[in-house]
Ligand binder design. Structure first.
Ligand code: NAG
Ligand code: NAG
Ligand code: NAG
Length: 442
């Protein structure tokens, strides 16, 4: 049985007219930025704190392929997604799993005992099977790959530590943070929390080209360290949308009774598409220029819950294998997404408990004080719009000729809640993951 989304229609004339128009099309898709901040108040500066067991010795020059980390990271992404979905049912979700994972792995460099194993195991690593050094080398490779300048993809990620200037830090930790995570450390005066907050926010604003402002609303008086992790991502569709075809007020069904009006982009092109009859959903994959793709996943009515439960690296692989390129008419809402999470309330439920309470052991960061993570704020901003690369017009011209056989095409319309996943193929990581429940509520 075919769903309404897969109606097949003959539209030779429409198609030709459309493709002619799309020669002039310019389109675009932008995704920005994610932030994680971890504020670590110092609760005791007593000599009785546990002695450091020494930081891991890592060879910064030898990197292992990130593929080893890929499925752990993907599964972590989906587990975190389910936690967020549980916390805010029927609401929009959007975050950068890659960013969260990288920050946590970096934090684990300074952790010892259960604090460390909880972080790494909750991220999906089997420490018997995968040595810690392999994990960090994998992240080193990941961070490095994503930071290499690429003309197709504007992706800029960074991690920065703001540390109380009085705190004596472990040399080994600083070195590893710098070499493995290409991270920076700023000695910061936290005696005036308001000034420190402004300094951090100004830094983040500058790094994110003004896309994330006022990241930190308030800092506790006892804050000793803030870890900020940010990603700036701006990519263009390989096959852009023509803004002339964007409907200004298209109904989007938030639930059975409620519709909101959204700008709806529209184009007919060749895209990779699959129907997952097991999970009752349709999967559309759209290429960005470069090595990154977006998956738009549309479950049948009332099947969102089952889809969310089934998300895993295996599911993603299954979709990738079943995708077939075909002519398809797509309707995708133009959206601006902005979300914030306090991960310190969510990560403990995923098993990362000690890092956030009095059992924390961050003696790898400093021997002279007790540290615990008091805040882990995460903010993600995404713009979805029509833009693409100029090179795309040439592709569209070629396709006009091909379409002269008058082939039928499918339609997929994202006019009800759907999932969005932005995947970097080069590193096998989920850059962004989210659910659009109501495009007007971001
Ligand atoms: C971890 O890996 C080892 C060796 O591959 C295996 O024996 C063990 O069962 C794994 N542990 C978990 C919790 O998966
Ligand atoms: C997307 O990009 C891949 C190469 O990375 C290419 O093989 C594929 O044909 C592209 N898909 C479409 C629909 O153009
Ligand atoms: C998908 O739909 C079919 C037919 O409606 C149903 O039998 C099956 O249980 C559904 N699967 C899920 C995971 O909901």
């Amino acid at each position: 049985m075919r769903s309404a989304d897969e109606r097949r229609i003959k539209t030779k004339r429409e198609l030709q007219a459309y493709l002619l128009c799309s020669k002039m099309a310019s389109s675009f898709y932008r995704v920005f930025l994610v932030i994680i901040s971890l504020c670590v108040p110092i609760y005791c500066v007593s000599p009785s704190c546990p002695p450091s067991r020494g930081s891991p010795r890592l060879s910064p020059t030898k990197s292992t392929p990130t593929s080893q980390l890929s499925s752990s990271n993907i599964n972590f992404a989906f587990r975190l997604y389910r936690r967020l979905a549980l916390k805010t049912p029927s609401q929009n979700i959007f975050f950068s799993p890659m960013s969260v994972s990288t920050s946590l792995a970096m934090l684990s460099l300074g952790a010892h005992s259960a604090t460390k194993t909880q972080i790494l195991q909750s991220m999906g690593f089997n420490l018997t099977h995968t040595p810690e050094s392999t994990i960090h080398q994998g992240f080193q490779h990941l961070v490095h790959s994503l930071s290499v300048p690429n003309k197709h993809l504007d992706l800029k990620m960074g991690s920065v530590l703001f540390i109380k200037k009085e705190l004596q830090l472990q040399r080994n930790f600083l070195d590893n943070v710098k070499t493995l995570y290409e991270s920076r450390v700023f000695s910061t005066d936290f005696s005036n929390p308001s000034t420190a907050r402004q300094r951090i926010n100004r830094y983040v604003e500058k790094e994110t080209k003004g896309k994330i402002i006022d990241l930190i609303q308030d800092l506790e008086p006892l804050t000793a360290m803030v870890l900020v992790n940010h990603v700036f991502f701006k990519a263009k569709w390989e096959k852009p949308f023509n803004p002339l075809y964007t409907s200004k007020r298209y109904p989007f069904l938030v639930d059975k009774r409620t519709a909101v009006k959204v700008p709806m982009m529209h184009q007919m092109e060749q895209f990779a598409f699959a129907v997952d009859s097991e999970l009752n959903c349709s999967v559309l994959q759209m290429n960005y220029s470069g090595d990154t793709v977006a998956f738009f996943v549309l479950p049948k009515k009332d099947k969102m819950g089952q889809l969310e439960q089934a998300l895993s690296s295996r599911t993603l692989r299954k979709w990738s294998h079943s995708l077939k390129i075909r002519w398809i008419e797509v309707f995708i809402p133009k959206i601006s997404i902005s979300t914030s999470y306090d991960l310190e309330t969510i990560l403990p439920k995923m098993g990362i408990r000690d890092a956030f309470d009095k059992n924390a052991d961050f003696s790898g960061i400093t021997k002279k004080g007790f540290l615990q993570v008091s805040k882990a704020a995460h903010k993600a901003v995404l713009d979805v719009n029509e833009e693409g690369t100029e090179a795309t017009a040439a592709t569209a011209t070629k396709l006009t000729t091909k379409s002269k056989d008058g082939s039928a095409h499918s339609i997929i319309c994202f006019n009800r809640p759907f999932l969005l996943l932005i995947f970097n193929k080069a590193t096998g990581t989920v850059l962004f993951l989210g659910k659009v429940e109501n495009p007007t509520k971001f």
